[in-house]
Design a protein around this ligand. Sequence first.
Ligand code: C2E
Ligand code: CA
Ligand code: CA
Length: 560
Amino acid sequence: MNFAEIKGKLNTQETKQLVDSILNVGDRATFVIDRGTFEVLYLNEKASELFGDKVDAYCYELICDNENACIDCPMAQITDKTIVRNRHSRALDAIGKWQYSVIRWFDNREAVLVTLLDVAVVFGDKEDSQIGRKERIAREGQFDALTGIPNYSKFCANTENAIRYNPDKEYAIITFDIDKFKSVNDLYGMSVGDMILKHIANALRGYFPYDENYARLHSDVFAFFMSYTKRGEIIRAIEKVRRAIVASDIRVDISTTFGIYLVKDRHVPINLMCDRAKMAAATIKNNVMKFCAFYDEQYRDDMIKVSEIEREMKRALHNHEFKMYLQPKYSLKDNSMCGAEVLSRWMHPEKGLIPPMDFIPLFERNGFIMKLDEYMWEQACKTIRGWIDAGIKPIPLSVNISRYHIQHNDLPSIFNRLLKQYKLSSDMLTLEITESMFMNSPAKLADVLNTLRERGFKLEVDDFGAGFSSLSLIRDISVDTIKIDKNFLDQEIASDKGKIVVSHTISMAKDLNLQVVAEGVETGEHVEFLKNSNCDIAQGYYFARPMPVEEFNQMVAKKI
Ligand code: C2E
Ligand code: CA
Ligand code: CA
């Protein structure tokens, strides 16, 4: 803009009107500043409303509240291009987004047109007195009331702008939250919780003094975005933010987990990008060895699968889509069938057969395992009753018990009811338990299991050898049988050392008067070795795969 050209063509009044008509457009605070002396040559209505109409002032006094020219004044950096800088204005007590362009003023001197594009962060309580109502209203809905940093919607808008206007840069969105923040609130009170949130907001402000690339998304979830060329830069930024967060006077350990989403497809909505970063963080929750994780497309597929299963599970149970499969167990003494394990399969109307590993772990997390197991236990009882009624010698069935039941269910009364309803004796059911059941409330578990054993149910320790506590488990609870884990057998038996481990496990069990089952028996060599080691029972593909009841019945009928 060259105002010098107009000089002489208009009188003073006309000049003022012209300048006002140009520089009052858009309701933004605008100054014209002498580039050499920092003298304010002109300020529009908005600027005088916000900063006070001090004639003959210097910009460093008016805007920055300094007595002398600022050493880092952006006006020194402008060439002929317009630049935009985020800069803290002490007069506003806020970070403003300022635009600077060189112009020629009426008297031909070089001046800078300085425009406040946006007010970013407001600290303290100067807000009311110094900033107009309009700005305040504009900022409401964009800034988080507690911490004063941008909120979710402002973050989305800022990120979107950065990504859109910098197509040549790579961006990452990073979200993080405080581990066990709820317990912090419960333990120390809400005010300490608030203090921590404010402290984190300040840490972000301190780390990004000139950018508005961070936000509190909600509750204890914060985010920032950054451009990067190498992934290492992101990790380094995270480490620095973490360090800034840890360095606090608050006497509470603040530990944080970060999720990183690398923006590949720029059309994905920002809120979805944030969700994905959060998803990545969720994968390492409770893992003390990790504090950050990158989002992987696989997570999304997994999450979709999980939500589909959760949507369908109740219908599936109601429609009898879960089928009971039976896998026979054989006595190694005389190769006779001495029992069978109940295993479930999901016959999905569209997806076909779904193996238990795809739904059991999820049901164990969401509690639906209780419903499914009770259903399978009932199927087992019904089947045994069917055999008895048909005059067939009943085969004892083993059912799997999940950890969840111990905490949430009255197992003895459930099994009592089933036995009564199907008129069965308790020795027809073996209960397979795993050591993972002992992780919580071992005393309660011991109580429940002892009651069940007193009532005549057989207890079998499943996956024996897979964990570390198998031995202490059989020390603390009276059980009848151990079932050596199939992986253990498979890997170990190939080596001489492994054979020694397995055969010694068997002889130790025998010394304790326990019966031994081996699962995952796949080859004649396995059978030979197990027989020589004095193992009692074998289960595995070598003998038979798990099969539907009808097939199982046909197999039994053939043998009779
Ligand atoms: P598990 O209790 O250890 O069951 C044995 C698993 O080994 C079964 O897998 C069985 O099909 C498989 N298997 C049997 N013989 C062989 C063999 O020779 N080689 C190999 N490699 N594998 C063999 P499945 O049926 O896929 O079940 C997986 C797990 O899911 C089970 O492991 C059990 O923990 C759980 N599960 C299955 N059905 C139910 C159920 O109805 N309720 C509960 N709570 N858990 C269940
Ligand atoms: Ca089992
Ligand atoms: Ca097992």
